[in-house]
Design a protein around this ligand. Structure first.
Ligand SMILES: *[C@@H]1O[C@H](CO)[C@@H](O)[C@H](O)[C@H]1NC(C)=O
Ligand SMILES: *[C@@H]1O[C@H](CO)[C@@H](O)[C@H](O)[C@H]1NC(C)=O
Ligand SMILES: *[C@@H]1O[C@H](CO)[C@@H](O)[C@H](O)[C@H]1NC(C)=O
Ligand SMILES: [Zn+2]
Length: 437
């Protein structure tokens, strides 16, 4: 950066511009050094005994599972990424080193990594009049962007609320596509069910931008927007996302109160009425995979489920965006079984990951969630499929764990570019028939 530019940058940052609306302020405090001395380690359990030992440790020590999201989901041959807070470090390593499980340190100083990323990102672009799609945005910024897009692209976009979150925030959804009086099939897309997976909302924003910007120049995009409607929910778990900006970068769940414990939140991807509260979900309110007191206990889940139920004739595909691990998953999550329309779903997924690869050579695994990732119950994807949406997918975006949830802003553009190609490829399939039975 030129010296002048640096002075200008400093002036802008420290001048009295409305500090609250200046994004990155929450980040600037960097969570009050909350992650100082925390580590992220990757484990390679190789035997049943090692996996058992790990489960025992997880019951005794507070650690934060990054991947997979719950210990009972551990399968042999699957790596396990664990965020070990400094406060648990001694106890954890004392028990862990006895197991002899092979491991490596992914991040030796989590706070340091966050500070490094925040220092290198182009903060300034946030306050420039041109909206940047290559930085992460706070909830407030995303919501004002939504309203702006709704105004400036009213020929293709229509923004509407489908309900309110636990903390009372509106749950906004875009209808994207050329207006039409006749019946149009539709694709549902949601991002940010899990708060800390920031690349999700960044992708939803990117996709909306790309659609309106290339409608006139790209015949493939035009065809999709003429023939289909997309319903796009850029931030599903608004309360959790907000909390991940202000208080805890690695928050995953919603923010609802539990009546019996002093723990907040339900895993919004375990709260759906499909094999609810069974494998891969927890009934303990303090668990990161807590399925909630009843199915659809979370207002966010209820609002989306109601919308999908109401538009079930129209919606032919459900696509949910998560991170990380580079996978394209389809049902089932809750059991090891082949779906009835396996052939066309599998071929859609196969083509999509190949299309994605063609952009930057990034490899995605694809397949049924239960065998490709792990078994989970009460997921939105299984629920959508069970409710008659023939194409149901979940993306696990970049990366494979080097940065994990802290995917640098410099990787937003390639990640979203390749994913947009994959989504366009998948939706082309949807224009063809794929009967459920
Ligand atoms: C989006 O714009 C339309 C006008 O084109 C307006 O009727 C609607 O209320 C706007 N949506 C929101 C959430 O403000
Ligand atoms: C949830 O619990 C917090 C305290 O942890 C309390 O301040 C808040 O009012 C509660 N909210 C609701 C809606 O019960
Ligand atoms: C989808 O991707 C596959 C694999 O790269 C490619 O052969 C096919 O032409 C693509 N289809 C569309 C419509 O983009
Ligand atoms: Zn997720």
């Amino acid at each position: 950066m030129e010296a002048n530019a640096r002075i200008l940058a400093a002036a802008l940052i420290f001048s009295s511009v409305n500090v609250l609306s200046l994004p990155g302020v929450a980040q600037a405090l960097l969570y009050n050094n909350r992650y100082d001395g925390d580590q992220v380690i990757r484990l390679f359990p190789k035997t049943k005994e090692e996996a058992e030992a790990l489960k025992n440790i997880n019951e005794q020590v507070m650690v934060d599972l990054w991947q997979p999201s719950s210990i009972p989901s551990i399968k042999l041959g699957v790596v396990v990424d664990i965020h070990v807070p400094r406060s648990s470090s001694q106890q954890f390593f004392r028990l862990f080193l006895q197991t002899g499980i092979e491991f490596k340190i992914l991040v030796s100083d989590l706070q340091g990594l966050m500070e490094k990323q925040s220092g290198s990102s182009p903060r300034l672009r946030r306050s420039s009049p041109l909206y940047s799609y290559e930085v992460y945005h706070s909830l407030e910024e995303i919501q004002s962007w939504m309203h702006q897009m709704n105004q400036t692209h009213s020929h293709l976009l229509y923004l509407f609320p489908i309900g309110k979150s636990y903390e009372g925030r509106p749950l906004f959804v875009f209808q994207l596509g050329k207006r039409s009086r006749r019946f149009k099939r539709a694709v549902w897309i949601d991002c940010g069910i899990h708060a800390r997976e920031w690349i999700g909302p960044a992708f939803c924003q990117w996709f909306v931008k790309e659609a309106v910007q290339t409608y006139h120049s790209d015949p493939a995009m035009r065809r999709l927007l003429n023939q289909l409607h997309f319903y796009i929910m850029p931030v599903f778990n608004v309360d959790g996302y907000h909390y991940s900006w202000t208080t805890d970068r690695f928050w995953r769940k919603t923010r609802s109160n539990s009546t019996h414990f002093n723990c907040h939140g339900v895993d919004a991807n375990r709260n759906w009425k499909v094999k609810w509260s069974s494998k891969g979900a927890s009934l303990h309110p303090c668990s990161d995979t807590y399925c909630g007191p009843v199915p659809e206990s979370e207002p966010e889940v209820k609002a989306v489920a109601s919308f999908l139920r109401k538009h079930k004739k129209q919606i032919k595909a459900y696509i949910s965006f998560h991170a990380y691990s580079q996978m394209l998953l389809y049902p089932y999550s809750y059991k090891d079984a082949i779906i009835p329309n396996f052939k066309c779903v599998e071929s859609a997924a196969y083509n999509a990951v190949n299309a994605l690869y063609s952009a930057y050579g990034i490899k995605y695994k694809h397949g049924p969630a239960s065998s490709t990732l792990y078994v989970t119950s009460g997921s939105s994807m299984d629920w959508a499929y069970k409710h008659g949406i023939p194409y149901a997918f979940a993306f696990e975006l970049r990366d494979t764990g080097y940065y994990g949830f802290l995917l640098p802003e410099s990787l937003i553009k390639p990640t979203c570019t390749e994913t947009t190609i994959a989504v366009k490829n998948i939706t082309n399939h949807i224009l063809k028939k794929c009967p459920l039975k």
